[in-house]
Design a protein around this ligand. Structure first.
Ligand code: AMP
Ligand code: ZN
Length: 492
């Protein structure tokens, strides 16, 4: 029997007890990246949020089917159907084909999500593999009477739905009053109408374009998510995620399309829970390509900071809270993360040695003491309460420092919390840290250990010196003493 899970639903603006459509499996869709350039640390916050949600659903005792799309066509530089396709912009910028750009940045995206210990969704699907399905979907919208044609493409008529904009609680009257008629989109009947299919510009051959019953062109951005979520999960499904920027346009339009598609169905609601992560902002202003201050996982590694410290920093804020980023904030988070990791590592190490307690061999326990059970329950409750990761981290840190709590319990609790936090707190150190970007750089912890070993050797405490050598080896480095009294260090 799964545990009670509470989630904040943007649709109702309330924290609700989660009730899946089927007891057997929870179905979840996440809006993924637009692969025209490297994902920044804001995008990565969205990815970590979806990962923590997937882990929480599993921790609650559900089976899960998760899907994420890759946007490789149709996302324009202006959300309101104007501007260029971001993919074509990327291709021009780098003098590559659109397909090469899509591949390059899809690969980079997963390289980065791997570094943040994000477990990949079960199904990853890209928009260009679903063109025919998108055409069929638009045909159905046409049949149901929700579309019209302009010189620029096939548009969705939002006035045909009584409650268009309910997700964002849009003021439709206010928006319509502000309608402008002097732009190229003036054939739109309502300001909120959006493109389902865009025609290729006249006299221009796009790299990505397809035949359709309406003319050569490419699908709008919103239709891909409606189509891929329906294809893999069916309507209705349980959970849809994305960043808060998707609420007023992208997700509002997905809902409109889905309801128009299902207008003759018994159940018109296509998704029961809409969850959104808030944005990451830089302390000193906006992050943008034009300002040259876009921060990525690679930028973080170039500064010698562990990517998992970024994950730790994300989790110190609740996913619905705005989050501020500066290098100092990240460096402090890294210190706190490494301190916590070190404590857990030392606990594990001491537990792996045979120990004697009052003449008897120490028994490894697989069950928690009453105080351990109480702490574990509190961490579990925090995570089941709309993923209160900051609370879970404080509880975990307190548990590790708690003098009343047996060491066995500490490691058990760390493992449990980490199944959701995903900070790789209880793992082989060598695997965890050998991903550091600058391969030649010796981590500070190794330098500190070498100093300690030097002191031990000077004091002729060879047992301690050997133990430190083993610890250095556990961290992925081999130390060799040279005949002249110096030593060399190499990565294993
Ligand atoms: P995109 O690649 O622009 O399609 O965005 C990928 C995901 O990142 C979407 O879910 C966005 O809502 C989310 N996102 C974009 N910018 C930020 C930000 N600054 N902070 C958090 N999430 C963001
Ligand atoms: Zn989407």
């Amino acid at each position: 029997m799964p545990k009670e899970l509470k989630l904040y639903n943007t649709l109702t603006r309330k924290k609700e007890v989660f009730k899946p459509i089927s007891e057997d499996i929870v179905k979840m869709y996440s809006c993924g990246p637009t692969v025209y350039s490297e994902a920044h640390i804001g995008n990565m916050r969205a990815a970590v949020f979806a990962d923590v949600l997937r882990r929480t659903i599993k921790m609650a005792g559900y089976n899960l089917k998760s899907v994420m799309n890759i946007t490789d066509v149709g996302h324009l530089t202006d959300d309101a159907d104007a501007g260029d396709d971001k993919m074509e912009v990327g291709a021009k910028r780098e003098q590559k084909s659109v397909w090469d750009i899509a591949k390059k940045y899809t690969d980079k995206y997963f390289e980065d999500t791997d570094k943040l210990n994000i477990i990949r969704p079960d199904i990853i699907c890209k928009a260009t593999d679903y063109i025919q399905q998108q055409i069929e979907y638009i045909k159905k919208l046409e049949e149901n009477g929700f579309t019209y044609k302009t010189s620029d493409g096939i548009y969705f008529d939002t006035s045909k739905l009584d409650d268009y904009g309910k997700l964002a609680k849009l003021d439709i009257e206010g928006l319509s009053a502000g309608i402008r008629v002097d732009d190229s989109l003036n054939e739109k009947k309502n300001k909120t109408d959006f493109a389902l299919w865009k025609f290729s510009p006249k006299n221009e051959k796009r790299q990505m374009e397809w035949d359709s019953p309406w003319g050569v062109g490419f699908p709008g951005w919103h239709i891909e998510c409606s189509v891929m979520s329906m294809t893999h999960l069916g309507f209705p499904f349980d959970i849809h995620t994305g960043g808060v920027d998707h609420i007023p346009v992208h997700h509002t339009n997905e809902i409109a399309q889905n309801e128009a598609y299902c207008c003759h169905c018994d159940d018109k609601q296509s998704v029961n829970y809409w969850l959104h992560n808030n944005h990451l902002q830089l302390v000193d202003g906006k992050m943008s390509k034009s300002l040259g201050n876009v921060i990525t996982v690679s930028t973080i590694e170039e500064k010698g900071i562990y990517p998992l410290a970024l994950r730790y920093l994300y989790l110190l804020s609740h996913y619905r809270a705005e989050m501020k980023f500066s290098w100092d904030i990240l460096k402090n988070a890294e210190k706190a993360y490494l301190r916590l990791e070190e404590k857990i590592y030392l606990l594990q190490k001491s537990l792996s040695k045979p120990q004697k307690v009052k003449g008897k061999r120490f028994q490894k326990k697989n069950h928690l003491s009453p105080i351990g059970q109480d702490i574990k329950k509190k961490i579990e409750n925090a995570l089941l309460d709309d993923m209160a990761t900051p609370v879970a981290i404080v509880l975990l840190r307190d548990a590790i420092d708690n003098k009343e709590l047996p060491d066995n319990d500490k490691v058990y609790i760390a493992k449990f919390a980490d199944s959701v936090l995903g900070l790789r707190l209880v793992e082989n150190r060598r695997q965890k840290f050998n991903k550091k970007k600058s391969d030649n750089e010796i981590p500070q912890e190794i330098i500190d250990l070498m100093e300690k070993r030097k002191e031990a050797k000077l004091a002729k405490d060879f047992a301690v010196a050997d133990a430190i050598r083993n610890e250095i080896r556990d961290s992925g480095y081999e130390i060799t003493d040279n005949p002249d009294g110096t030593y060399s260090l190499k990565k294993i």
